[in-house]
Ligand binder design. Structure first.
Ligand code: NAD
Length: 254
């Protein structure tokens, strides 16, 4: 798919990886529908995209975990642009905790149902809702396109992340399902599994812990947000990629 003039929705576009994707697709000439809950930060991403040359950028304040908001988001995108060719399911959160934690034979904590549910709601249900609505609009609008789910290296199972790991494995599987279900409409689906990338989420880790983490990465550095954005562009542009997950992690294995 040639990205010039194509309409792409990016969730979680206010900062981090989503903002880097938005800027890269703006340079490629896409029309952008940027989605986030943080309106102010979203506006500044939109301004950067305009400066980078995007033909049209619109912002939508939406919680991707709420069905009614997601349905009305895709109605608005369809009305505003008259087309939909791409979706990047990027919005995500962490609520890390050990499933159970014991000290000196005593249980000191456990992952709460709130911690579990918050991550499942945004990182798994949010991806399902946006993917479902995007696919329906693409088919109705007779637009061939591509859906990309942002998974994670944690999909293999990372300590302290039962909620996040389960959701990230789930979104990879969902991309495989969509690749099979939607191929008949000319819609592809794929996922990307980043390792540790230098966004607020990762830079919030204490420098000492970050140093240890970097030492385990064969590339000996944390990734750049644009290296994930580059992979998004590659998947959109290569029409023979579908149903696969691309790992972008500097060679790290958990
Ligand atoms: N940074 C990394 O190293 C890394 C590694 C692997 C996977 N990921 C994944 O990449 C994605 C982006 O990560 P990031 O590091 O840029 O995170 P970030 O925290 O910097 O940005 C996430 C954005 O999503 C938005 N968001 C959160 N909940 C939302 C909701 N319910 N509805 C709409 N928007 C919502 C936030 O407001 C924020 O702007 C996430 O799915 C994350 O799990 C990141």
């Amino acid at each position: 798919m040639n990205l010039a003039g194509k309409t792409v929705v990016i969730t979680g576009a206010a900062r981090g990886l989503g903002a880097a994707m938005a800027k890269r697709l703006a340079i490629a000439g896409s029309q952008l529908a940027l989605v986030d809950m943080d309106r102010d930060a979203l506006m500044s991403t939109a301004e950067e995209c305009e400066r980078a040359g995007s033909r049209e950028v619109r912002t939508y304040k939406v919680n991707v975990a709420r069905e009614a908001e997601v349905e009305s988001l895709f109605d608005s995108v369809s009305a505003d642009f008259g087309a939909l060719h791409g979706l990047v399911n990027n919005a995500g959160i962490t609520r890390d905790a050990f499933t159970v934690k014991f000290k000196d034979g005593e249980q000191v904590s456990k992952m709460t149902l709130d911690q579990w549910q918050a991550v499942i709601d945004v990182n798994l249900t949010g991806v399902f809702l946006c993917g479902r609505e995007a696919a329906a609009k693409m088919i109705n609008l007779k637009c061939q396109g591509c859906i990309i789910n942002i998974s994670s290296i944690s999909r293999f199972g990372n300590m302290g992340q039962a909620n996040y790991s389960a959701a990230k494995a789930g979104v990879e599987a969902m991309a495989v399902v969509w690749a099979k279900e939607l191929a008949r409409y000319g819609i592809r689906a794929a996922s990307i599994a980043p390792g540790f990338i230098g966004t607020e989420m990762v830079m919030a880790i204490k420098p000492e812990a970050r140093g240890k983490l970097t030492a385990n990465i064969p590339a000996q550095r944390i990734g750049e947000p644009d290296e994930i954005a580059q992979t998004v562009q590659f998947i959109f542009e290569n029409d023979y990629i579908s149903g696969r997950c691309i790992d972008v992690d500097g060679g790290l294995r958990l």
